[in-house]
Design a protein around this ligand. Structure first.
Ligand code: ATP
Ligand code: MN
Length: 291
């Protein structure tokens, strides 16, 4: 994550979008699927080790063979060195702490293909130029979703929004920068802390929303649950459902995001009108032509 003092907005310079992220996203058979099919001895040993590991016992259902193969591939590729405990167990995805190369810490988000509401996912992929040829197969939709989350994180970061740095994606598993530290654990969500200076925090968040919008993205699930507070800065997380401005409902999603954010800060003692926020965010032009 970029360094900076209290609520420093990240540098606006160097936020040009190359525009390659609207390229079609491929969900054909993954290396993980091939590994799971082939089942060589090394993979079987890895699988047994993971299945016996304490921190995964409760979550056995997440780790079907292909998911284990995805984890195996991530280890082989050097993105993950060791697995840590769970950070969060959600409806559709579980997040784990892990050790990355050179003693870094990474967060691993594992989507459960069977638990995923893929019909809703499909709806969120509508209009997105990156997914034009995507069929309706459940697995393909979930895999596309994970790649979309990765691409959205990259795009958001380029646009100057603090997000976890995306590191790798393999099948239904996303590896990203871990926001947190040994002392306090994962960074707290905005809704879990008492915001000392809501006006400053609001100004940062609305600037982030504006930067996302100008990069052609709308978060789509923005609220105090998907913004964390770390080392004096706000970090936006959970960009899986973020849509491009091409989406037929993108404006509604943006309005809803604005409403959630305005309501939160109003409750925190800094009154914000949804419409004012909406106006601020959309005062810049959304530029999907950067595609
Ligand atoms: P879904 O709705 O699909 O279940 P989710 O809301 O569970 O997704 P996230 O919001 O991405 O998924 O992650 C869940 C929780 O895990 C977050 O609220 C946050 O506390 C923690 N978390 C996620 N990503 C990171 C990260 N990179 N670093 C630290 N903590 C994280
Ligand atoms: Mn979330």
């Amino acid at each position: 994550m970029e360094q900076g003092s209290e609520f420093d907005l990240v540098d606006v310079e160097g936020t040009e979008i190359d525009g390659d992220e609207w390229d079609p996203i491929d969900v054909s058979e993954t290396d993980a699927d091939r590994i799971a099919k082939k089942r060589d001895r090394k993979f079987e040993q890895f699988e047994k080790r993971i299945k016996d590991a304490d921190q995964f016992k409760v979550e056995q259902s997440v780790f079907d063979d292909a998911t284990l193969a995805a984890l195996y591939k991530l280890v082989q590729d050097g993105h993950v060195d060791a697995f840590g405990g769970p950070i969060s167990t959600g409806k559709e995805a579980n997040v784990y702490l892990a050790r990355g190369p050179d003693d870094t810490e990474v967060a691993i988000k594992v989507y459960r293909i069977n638990a995923s509401n893929f019909r809703q996912m499909r709806d969120y992929l509508e209009g997105d130029p990156r997914f034009e040829g995507l069929g309706g197969k459940k697995k393909d939709v979930v895999l596309a979703w994970v790649k979309k989350e990765f691409a959205n994180l990259k795009r958001a970061k380029k646009a100057g929004v603090l997000v976890p740095e995306p590191i790798a994606v393999e099948r239904n598993v996303l590896v990203m920068e871990y926001i947190g530290d040994d002392q306090d654990g994962r960074a707290k969500r905005l809704g879990e802390v008492s915001v000392e200076n809501p006006e400053t925090a609001y100004n940062v968040l609305r600037e982030y929303m504006r930067r996302l919008y100008s990069a052609g993205l709308i978060h789509g699930d923005l609220s105090e649950y998907n913004v964390v507070f770390y080392e004096g800065q706000l970090v936006v997380i959970d960009l899986g459902q973020a849509v491009t401005v091409h989406h037929p409902n993108s404006y509604e999603f943006l309005e809803r995001d604005c409403r959630n954010v305005a309501n939160f800060f109003t409750r925190e003692g800094f009154a914000v009108e949804t419409d004012d926020l909406l106006e601020f965010v959309t005062a810049v032009s959304a530029d999907p032509s950067r595609d």
